[in-house]
Design a protein around this ligand. Structure first.
Ligand code: KG4
Ligand code: ZN
Length: 343
């Protein structure tokens, strides 16, 4: 008979305070409190994020336990995001996790946020289980990271390409900002682009070595394009918004998929996964499916709820670490700049 392992997971690396309860690899609850306070500043304000985490953490954990129909005393371990992320935000989750683990006398499982995005593919769902086989290649695209990761096991991951400047999510969020859209802009671009012509305007696809990415030039390209058009016609952005969003998103997603395909061919993998907030993008999901159908590869696309930041992914990552006996120490501290290279 398999062990029944109840785990509480905490995510507080950026602007979502989240808690989840897992029974082995199954999610019993996944509560996310999104901090809307940052919207009016057009980006995450670290100080405000820490305060909001401090306010939300206890109610979010209580709700996660209640929804999972368990008591804190049933827990066998606490997983939490140790990094990367904002120092003040990570401190809230780390201190809370330590205190609770100490009080319950259960082990701590410190989790790397970007590994957790990848491990979200291993959450057991009600439908037929469809999980990647090792080794697989994962394109992890979020607001702070863009990486191509060769996943050899649950705890053995190698970065084979990454952005040398902005992340893909950042490229979308910054574009949205200059277009006057709310923060975070990625989902707004996705929504507005649905009615636009992706080939109406052309932006320059960045060029990078190996399987690396660069998005800062593309963002500048858009900025100059808009400035020029706006000088000629102040109504331009408003009138062409749908086409601008569609064309810009088209270049970003094509660029991601071109590198992804080249890396998959280079490493000889036929199992491809996407992860992170930008993997919620409808065009990226479609292009991923098309690529894998064309090549006869297997595509792993996470359910929407596990794309953007959530504690369930921290829980599944912690669960796999626990199975390998990788538990944390009481002296562990947050790692705001923790690289996937140093795991
Ligand atoms: O993984 P995530 O929730 O947080 C980080 O770890 O950064 O990713 C957030 C990013 C933001 O840049 C947001 O604009 C983007 O994911 N995002 C999207 C979509 N949903 C979220 N980008 C494009 N299309 C979407 N549907
Ligand atoms: Zn994330």
């Amino acid at each position: 008979m398999s062990v029944r392992f109840y785990l509480l997971a905490i995510e507080s690396s950026c602007d979502e305070t989240s808690a989840a309860v897992l029974l082995n690899d199954k999610v019993l609850s996944n509560i996310i409190a999104t901090q809307t306070i940052h919207e009016k500043y057009g980006g995450v304000v670290p100080e405000l994020a820490s305060r909001a985490h401090q306010k939300n953490i206890v109610p979010v954990v209580q709700q996660a336990l209640a929804e999972a129909l368990i008591d804190a005393s049933d827990l066998h371990a606490i997983a939490y995001t140790q990094g990367p992320g904002l120092m003040g935000a990570l401190l809230v989750g780390t201190s809370f996790a330590k205190s609770m683990a100490l009080a319950l006398n259960v082990p701590l499982l410190p989790v790397h946020h970007m590994r957790a995005h990848i491990m979200a593919h291993f959450i057991r769902t009600e439908s037929e289980q469809h999980i990647p086989e090792f080794p697989f290649l994962c394109l992890t695209v979020s607001g702070g990271h863009t990486q191509l990761v060769l996943v050899r096991s649950a705890t053995d991951m190698m970065v084979v390409g990454e952005t040398i400047d902005d992340a893909a999510g950042e490229a979308l969020d910054k574009a949205a900002k200059v277009l006057g859209l709310p923060y975070p802009g990625g989902p707004h671009i996705d929504r507005i682009a649905k009615h636009g012509d992706a080939l109406k305007f052309s932006f320059t696809t960045p060029k990078t070595d190996g399987f690396n990415f660069s998005f800062s030039g593309l963002k500048t390209n858009l900025l100059y394009f808009l400035k020029e058009k706006n000088t000629q016609d102040p109504e331009f952005i408003g009138r062409e918004m749908e086409h601008i969003c569609a064309s810009y998103q088209h270049v970003v997603t094509d660029y991601l998929m071109t590198n992804f395909e080249a890396a998959a061919l280079h490493y000889g993998v036929s199992q491809l996964a996407i992860a992170g907030g930008v993997s919620a993008n409808s065009v990226l999901r479609k292009k991923m499916q098309n690529l894998c159908e064309r090549r006869g590869w297997d595509a792993f696309i996470p359910p929407f709820e596990y794309c953007t930041d959530n504690a369930a992914m921290i829980g599944i990552c912690g669960y796999y670490q626990w199975k390998e006996g990788r538990v944390g120490k009481w002296s562990d501290v947050p790692k705001p700049s923790w690289s996937l290279h140093d795991f």
